[in-house]
Design a protein around this ligand. Structure first.
Ligand code: S3P
Length: 448
């Protein structure tokens, strides 16, 4: 688990001509869901391409603690022998979800409609994050919660003995909240309805359908109305996890801002609820092409080819696109710093409650690297300095946030002076092969 070990300071130096192929790991969102849904059906679910990052490994441990058998074979395939909907055993120890908001929120949802009690904790970052957004709707099913002030972990959930189905409009654009409610709805009799006003990543809906649940989505004047029929018998699946667009973002953006680069990032999931960054980069004038577009495992996929793009221009990112690129704003702000003109990002309040306050973390580090940034509660503007215009030369705090650490390291490849991060340890939560992968492309990133 990150955040408990010795910090790993890292530094990125000016680099040229990144080239080759970047095989990024499996999608984090889909990996968590594969393990949890596998644990909720009887029989063997087989998963290939699972992200073996700390976040997902913590979810695997949690599923074992709740009675599922979860193992990895020598070939790297994961096997989950689940307990069935409503079949979770009461864990006899505290469940530690490490750094993972997705892990803890989805698991809380999955157990809240079962008659067991579980206590959850996490690292210093996770224990600061708001959980009421999940425990409020879980209370409607009949679950009870006791946590620290402000609805923070550590927290105990007493699952509902006689869960009732719920009709819930998600008040913030959050796939974690939507998914927690749907997973709780699995063990409630009758129909659970979740309404989201803004479309967020739909992996839970797609996977529930794949596992045989009765689930429909309708777009109405209210938003996306998702209806799930409870107490299904889920059927185990064979799952191939697509590669993570949120991880692909780092080598792609590194290539765009680093002179002479030409990088191929194959087989990236381009589900429209996830691909907002790539649309935005293309609108900024990035030389980013989709090759070999195809469908794999029900998800649109393409090979991304990114080449150095010295003439990118800042744009106003449409706020309605925010949910489809919510994890990518930190690295977008790095590209924005290397583009010309202002990049305006609005409707992004959620960035303040991620693994860190991502607007504050990026604004502080960018300013230290000579980039002008303005910010408000739900917006920020980065004034681009043009290709080769960022001075760098600062040490930036990663705040136990993998994406902040990787974003500043990408910036250091294009800045005139090196950019350091105080702790690259959290990178292992989502992208454990970041260092060798970037080194193989020719990026000069070192531990110091
Ligand atoms: C995720 C949803 C998003 C995202 C997170 C993964 C998911 O969080 O930031 O990295 O897998 O459902 P929110 O639901 O809080 O927006």
């Amino acid at each position: 688990m990150s955040g408990h070990g010795t910090p790993i300071p890292m530094q990125a130096h000016f680099s040229r001509g990144l080239s080759g192929r970047a095989d990024v790991p499996g999608d984090k969102s889909i990996s968590h869901r594969s393990l949890i849904l596998g644990a909720l059906c009887v029989g063997e679910t087989r998963i290939t391409g699972l992200l073996e990052g700390e976040d997902v490994l913590d979810t695997a441990k949690a599923m074992r603690a709740m009675g599922a058998e979860v193992m990895r074979d020598e070939g790297g395939t994961w096997h989950v022998y689940g307990v069935g909907v409503g079949g979770f055993a009461e864990p006899d120890q505290v469940i530690d979800c490490g750094n993972s908001g997705t892990g803890v929120r989805l698991i809380m949802g999955a157990m809240a409609s079962s008659p067991i009690t579980a206590t959850f904790t996490g690292d210093a970052s996770l224990n600061k994050r708001p959980m009421a957004r999940v425990t409020d709707p879980l209370a409607l099913f009949g679950a009870q919660t006791v946590g620290r002030s402000g609805g923070r972990l550590p927290m105990t959930i007493v699952g509902a003995v006689d869960p009732v189905p719920v009709h819930y409009t998600v008040p913030v654009p959050s796939a974690q909240v939507k998914s927690a409610v749907l997973l709780a709805g699995l063990n409630a009799p009758g129909q659970t309805v979740v309404i989201e006003q803004e479309a967020t990543r739909d992996h839970t809906e797609r996977m529930l359908a794949g596992f045989g649940a009765q689930i429909t989505t309708e777009t109405t004047g209210e938003g996306r109305v998702i209806t799930l029929t409870g107490q299904p018998e889920l059927r185990p699946q064979i799952i191939t996890v697509p590669r993570d667009p949120s991880s692909a973002a780092f080598p792609v953006c590194a290539a765009l801002i680093t002179e002479g680069s030409d990088v191929l990032v194959p087989s990236i999931g381009l589900n429209p609820t996830r691909a907002g960054l790539f649309t935005t980069l293309r609108e900024m004038g990035a030389d980013l092409t989709y090759e070999n577009e195809r469908e794999e495992g029900g998800e649109p996929v393409a090979d991304l080819r990114a080449r150095f793009s010295p003439d990118m221009q800042g744009i106003e990112v449409p706020p309605e696109r925010a949910a489809s690129m919510i994890d990518e704003y930190p690295v977008l702000s790095v590209v924005a710093a290397c583009a010309s003109g202002a990049t305006v990002m609005r409707g992004v309040k959620e960035l303040r409650v991620k693994e860190s306050d991502r607007i504050d973390a990026m604004a502080t580090g960018l300013r230290a690297c000579g980039v002008e940034v303005e910010e408000g509660e739900d917006w920020w503007i980065v004034q681009g300095r043009g290709a080769g215009g960022v001075s760098g030369g600062a040490t930036c705090a990663s705040h136990l946030d993998h994406r902040i650490a990787m974003s500043f390291l990408v910036l250091g490849l294009a800045a005139r002076k090196p950019v350091a991060v105080d702790d690259g340890g959290p990178i292992a939560t989502s992208f454990p092969i970041f260092e060798p992968l970037m080194a193989a492309l020719g990026a000069d990133i070192r531990r110091v």
